[in-house]
Design a protein around this ligand. Structure first.
Ligand code: CA
Length: 536
């Protein structure tokens, strides 16, 4: 027995020119329902699904976000349910003749005075957590590292109360791969850059097997370990100025196949002994007051529904604008989910070169999908469609909103590290774990994840704030969702209110004063390296 629907019929139209709106009511609305504008539903329309606001002739555009999300395969009556089987999807826009850096100048006041308590690193980056991360060169050592991590947590960590956690950076890469193939640079630099994530305090500790293709020296070649020391003083001729020198620290590696290891326990003892100096240095660190400009936020969505682009993603987009105004760094990603927004993206680029870099990343991804005889339409899931998203075009229009309205000042190829602040397009697959892994490599110290269908996603490396698109999900998953953006569809909060709520929550979580639900329950998804190169 379901309770009578307590709310009057509610539909949401995203743009005045749209000829469809989505049904907001829990459980959807039955045929015969009269909407507030007098339109009568001719079909039952599930929650999150679209209703035709006027008659749509065969071949006419179905408009949502004032964008053709498809063309009618047959005449659609006013009040009918508009689902994916009635739509023909538009072709992807060609990557030529794109508008480049043509958007009007962004007028937004700088946001000053917001701070959090974080860990300042030697390279200038700032951690939101203080974690010992053990890098692995190959999957073969994962079991040993897991065993050692449990021992470190039980026996060593209690002596180092200022260290939040100890984790193994485990992955499926490292051997059995074409390591000299051009695209192998992606998984290799991803792993290298994750090891330098701001939440690990600059401590790099490696466990290697010995015979693997990804040798420690290949993962961290000397030029990657070099620390540049800049000093201003007089030289022996009496001239004063800035002098540069480089030191190359030794790599701290435990190699399981090393002669010294006799028996499994000797390997575990080596890992524990190696961890001690890292734990001592991490334990000596303290949080200090840091401007909000040092936040590096990766935004992502997963398990999307038609509300993603109505509630959670617009609230995240509003918060993205707040962060950019505060001088912080925000990355949006998920290439297949923004491919259909390429024109908007290149128009918002800060220069023609940035626009060209976006088109280059999209072209690379089109070709990557093409090699597998797929295209962007392979992205949408059964859950997306059950949630009301007809196709990737509709999904993309709801996804790009996470990027807000600020100019896009940087583009990262998969696995690259950030070099400056501001809003970035970090090109990654949309796969939740691969996107999160690549955003960690870029230097993310806080992650925001929106979901409509619901996912318990979490990362051991960085806090993940999860935002529910619907109140129904937030109610059922009350101890997994950190923010309920469904209140926007209920009429109980505005996009602006929810964006500010998220912004304030970020500062609390970044400071360690508040834990996310994923942290509370220790829900940690695996790192998944993006490897477009062949496996041997
Ligand atoms: Ca995703």
């Amino acid at each position: 027995m379901s309770a009578p629907n307590p709310r009057p019929p509610l539909t949401i139209r995203m743009h005045a020119a749209d000829n469809v709106a989505i049904v907001a009511n829990d459980g959807g609305l039955p045929a015969g329902t009269v909407l507030s504008d007098g339109l009568t539903l001719v079909d039952r329309v599930p929650q999150g699904h679209k209703v035709a606001l006027s008659a749509i002739a065969k071949d006419a555009a179905v408009l949502r976000y004032n964008v053709p999300i498809g063309y009618a395969l047959k005449d659609i009556a006013a009040g009918a349910w508009v689902h994916e089987r009635l739509l023909h999807m538009p072709e992807a826009r060609a990557l030529t003749d794109l508008p480049k850096a043509t958007a009007q100048a962004w007028k937004a006041e700088p946001l000053e005075g917001y701070t959090f308590e974080g860990y300042r690193n030697a390279d200038g980056s700032v951690g939101t957590r203080n974690i010992l991360a053990i890098t692995t060169t190959v999957q073969c050592v994962a079991g040993v590292v897991d065993f050692a991590v449990q021992r470190i947590k039980a026996e060593l960590l209690p002596r180092y109360p200022h260290v939040d956690d100890v984790i193994g950076l485990e992955h499926a890469y490292g051997c059995g791969v074409a390591i000299d193939a051009p695209d192998a640079i992606i998984p290799i630099r991803t792993l290298r850059n994750i090891s330098k994530n701001p939440n690990f305090g600059g401590e790099v500790m490696v466990v290697s097997l010995g015979c693997e293709k990804l040798q420690p020296e290949r993962l961290f070649p000397p030029e990657q370990r070099a620390i540049e020391i800049v000093a201003t003083h007089a030289d022996n001729t009496g001239a004063t100025g800035q002098f540069y020198s480089q030191t190359i620290p030794a790599l701290d590696v435990v190699c399981l196949q090393a002669e010294q290891h006799v028996g499994f326990m000797s390997m575990i003892d080596s890992v524990l002994a190696s961890a001690v100096p890292h734990l001592e240095r991490l334990n000596a660190r303290r949080r200090e007051t840091i401007p909000a400009s040092e936040l590096v936020v990766g935004v992502q969505c997963g398990g999307s529904d038609a509300f993603s682009g109505v509630t959670a993603n617009p609230a995240v987009g509003y918060c993205t604008d707040l962060l950019v105004r505060a001088g912080a760094t925000v990355m949006f990603s998920e290439t297949t989910e923004v491919r259909d927004a390429i024109e908007q993206m290149t128009a918002r680029a800060t220069s023609p070169e940035i626009a060209d870099a976006m088109a280059r990343e999209m072209a690379w991804y089109d070709a990557y999908l093409g090699r597998g005889q797929a295209d962007r339409s392979a992205n949408t899931t059964p859950g997306n469609k059950a949630g009301g998203l007809s196709n990737i075009v509709e999904k993309a229009m709801g996804s790009i909103i996470k990027s807000g309205t600020a100019p896009i000042s940087g583009v990262l190829s998969p696995g690259e590290k950030l070099e400056h602040k501001g809003l970035h397009y970090a090109a990654t697959p949309a796969s939740d774990f691969i996107c999160g892994t690549l955003q960690l490599a870029a230097g993310m110290n806080l992650h925001v994840f929106t979901t409509g269908r619901g996912t318990p996603y979490g990362l051991a490396e960085c806090p993940v704030i999860k935002v529910a698109t619907r109140t129904d999900l937030a109610r059922r998953w009350h101890d997994l969702m950190d923010v309920n953006a469904g209140r926007i569809a209920d009429g109980d909060a505005t996009i602006e209110d929810t964006g500010w709520e998220l912004f304030h929550l970020m500062l609390e979580v970044a400071s360690g004063r508040k834990k996310t639900w994923a942290e509370h329950w220790k829900l940690h998804n695996s790192l998944v390296l993006f490897n477009p190169a062949p496996i041997t």
